[in-house]
Design a protein around this ligand. Structure first.
Ligand SMILES: Cc1cc2nc3c(=O)[nH]c(=O)nc-3n(C[C@H](O)[C@H](O)[C@H](O)COP(=O)(O)OP(=O)(O)OC[C@H]3O[C@@H](n4cnc5c(N)ncnc54)[C@H](O)[C@@H]3O)c2cc1C
Length: 385
């Protein structure tokens, strides 16, 4: 009986973005029809805890749950104001709850898949590995683990860590205040001291928007700092004095060059944030997750280790240099993004962030950012100081 089962071919630890995307991809592939899969998470995933945004060309596989799509992005700083048509690209937003609900509904129709509410404490590896939960112990031939390795939290100075920390509100106003046709990728006119900090806005309608204050910094700040900046932005740029807060979003995404891939073993593949699937230089992972689960499944079917060639080394190197600049000269963030958004085409920028660029496109990006800060960071990364 599947309900009583504690022994599986695959166990997926974590029903978040990576765990559920992986389970969905396994479920739809006839190759895995006879494989049993256990999905373990302490939570039922029945609340909206994130707003996921990403860009892609034309239609995509999540369109049925996309909340809104934009075709124009804005970039603002004290120096420049850009309105960037996205051309072939669309910027899309999904509420995480919609994703969890859709994934659970699809997965529950597969008799070989079982959801387990438990907290994993540890894994004991062997020919059949044991996953020890708070409530029970489970067996699996292979484990996909989305927990962040403990070593990350004890990371020493050889790994750069920038916190992408933010607080935002979905607000409603009584009168039309937003232009729902264009979202704001970054507005640097409300910087906190000399840091890389900006306002991000997703206008869902003329009266409803997610407004977030985001930092890419080695330090974090008190909640009042985000709230004061959001209020100031709403008042100064949209003449909004009163508004209703519908939802709050807070987060701290690690932007790091920590070598997550060193924590895969023969029996355990780290996935999601814990597998290094969040891009170090952006904090985005939705589309990278989509691509990684497809590669991972192709690896299993080809008889390779699931994590075989998931990453392209050159992008890890580029991310490392960028993180070094942000770490050592955080105040340069605004200059970097001004150059990035004003000197490159939208295709080159998105293809670069999607890790799909040719060498000549890489050169165009490097040329646009060429400066002492990057030269210094390049040598620091090369000679590890
Ligand atoms: C607020 C927020 C907004 C974000 N917005 C975007 C965005 O717009 N675009 C984008 O591309 N990326 C975004 N990200 C970054 C990234 O996409 C997300 O962090 C993404 O959810 C990472 O996927 P994941 O599966 O690794 O982690 P999660 O989705 O967090 O899932 C991890 C799961 O593991 C479970 N778990 C943890 N410990 C245990 C345990 N011991 N036993 C069992 N289960 C456990 C958790 O309960 C959770 O369900 C955002 C991140 C945050 C925090």
């Amino acid at each position: 009986m599947m309900q009583d089962r504690t022994s599986f071919d695959y166990i997926i630890i974590g029903n978040g973005l990576a765990g559920l995307q992986l389970a969905l991809e396994l479920a739809k592939d006839p190759f895995f029809k006879s494989h049993t899969i256990g999905l373990i998470d302490p939570f039922l995933k029945d609340i909206n805890d994130k707003t996921w945004s990403f860009w892609e060309i034309s239609a995509g596989k999540w369109d049925s749950i996309v909340e809104k799509t934009w075709h124009t992005a804005k970039f603002e700083s004290p120096e420049i104001s850009l309105e960037i048509p996205l051309q072939d690209y669309n910027y899309k937003t999904i509420r995480s709850l919609e994703f969890y609900e859709a994934a659970k509904t699809r997965l529950l129709s597969h008799p070989n898949i079982k959801f387990i509410v438990d907290t994993v404490e540890e894994i004991q590896e062997g020919p059949t590995s044991q996953v020890k939960g708070n409530k029970q112990t489970y067996d699996a031939t292979h484990i996909f683990d989305s927990r962040v390795p403990k070593e990350f939290y004890a990371a020493n100075a050889s790994h750069t860590l920038i916190h992408q920390h933010f607080k935002g509100w979905i607000i409603e106003t009584d009168t039309p205040r937003f232009n729902p046709e264009a979202f704001t990728m970054m507005d640097y006119r409300f910087q906190y001291k000399d840091s890389t900090s900006f306002i991000y806005v997703l206008p869902f309608s003329e009266t409803k928007a997610l407004v977030e204050y985001t930092f890419f910094t080695p330090f974090t700040v008190a909640p009042e700092v985000y709230e004061a900046a959001i209020k100031r932005y709403l008042l100064e740029k949209h003449k909004i004095e009163s508004f209703r807060i519908i939802e709050t979003e807070v987060g701290n995404i690690p932007m790091t060059d920590f070598p997550f891939w060193k924590h895969h073993t023969k029996n355990v593949t780290k996935i999601g944030t814990g597998g290094g699937w969040v891009k170090g230089s952006t904090g985005y992972s939705f589309k990278h997750t989509e691509k990684n689960v497809v590669k991972l499944i192709a690896n299993i079917k080809a008889g390779n280790a699931p994590s075989h060639k998931l990453f392209k080394r050159k992008y890890k190197f580029y991310d490392k240099i960028f993180l070094k600049v942000l770490h050592d000269e955080n105040e340069k963030g605004v200059w970097i993004f001004e150059r990035f958004y004003s000197k490159n085409t939208i295709q080159t920028m998105f293809r670069f962030l999607d890790e799909e660029t040719s060498f000549s496109e890489d050169l165009a990006i490097m040329k646009s950012l060429f400066s002492m800060a990057f030269i210094k960071a390049f040598f620091k990364v090369l000679f590890k100081f």
